[in-house]
Design a protein around this ligand. Sequence first.
Ligand code: HEC
Ligand code: HEC
Length: 192
Amino acid sequence: MRRKYTLALLACLGLSTLPALADDSTEALARTCNNCHGVNGVSAGGAMPSLGGQSEAYLKHIMLEWKSGERAAASMNRLIKGYSDEQIAGLAKYFAAKPWTPNTQKASADVMARGKDVTDKCETCHGATGGQPDDETIPRLNGQSAMFMHLELDKYRDEAFLMTHKKMIKSARKMEEGDVGIAAKYYGNQSK
Ligand code: HEC
Ligand code: HEC
């Protein structure tokens, strides 16, 4: 009885779905990420960051920190717990191999002028426009979603929010309240 049911079910599903069922590749996993992060990890903006073209080391590191519970998040810390370390490593490699595609968001001349001053202290690590990270542990900021960056800076600034990177925490906490959004918009406007 059971066997008959299984055979009937397989027949119903048809051949066309079989490759999908058998496909446990990184590509298939990455498709679930694209619902929020955009195709090839290029975000349409809002609270969702672009992933495509960030360094493999950064992507892997941040996901493993969420999985271990060392680091908090709005949703990724819970979401990533369902993935093995091997799957996480595969996803980091997959998105790092995509080109970084800046989503240049409009900002006024006043915001850009103030943003340049405010981000002077950030330049040694992120580069003048956020597009020249000094090493593999530093994410690209040029053309990243400004709203996302504002939210992240607030997390680094909030003592009650579990973040790990001491130097970035220190940099974010030194900022004036009103400059946080300006820095985020400044980087969001950059194309390079
Ligand atoms: C339901 C929407 C959603 C899905 C699905 C999703 N993410 Fe996220 N992701 C977010 C949000 C929101 C953030 C911002 C961090 C936070 O607070 O959770 C984020 C942040 C990230 C970051 C940090 C980027 C940075 O620059 O700091 C990485 C890496 C990431 N996600 C990887 C993935 C991967 C890989 C998948 C698929 C396995 C995935 N995400 C699926 C919503 C999602
Ligand atoms: C000592 C080097 C250093 C300095 C200085 C620095 N950053 Fe960072 N920044 C980093 C690193 C490394 C990360 C990733 C940290 C982590 O893993 O949590 C980061 C993360 C970020 C993020 C989150 C991006 C994302 O994709 O999650 C933003 C936004 C940011 N920095 C903005 C700034 C601003 C604005 C300043 C100056 C006020 C600044 N940073 C100064 C090294 C630095």
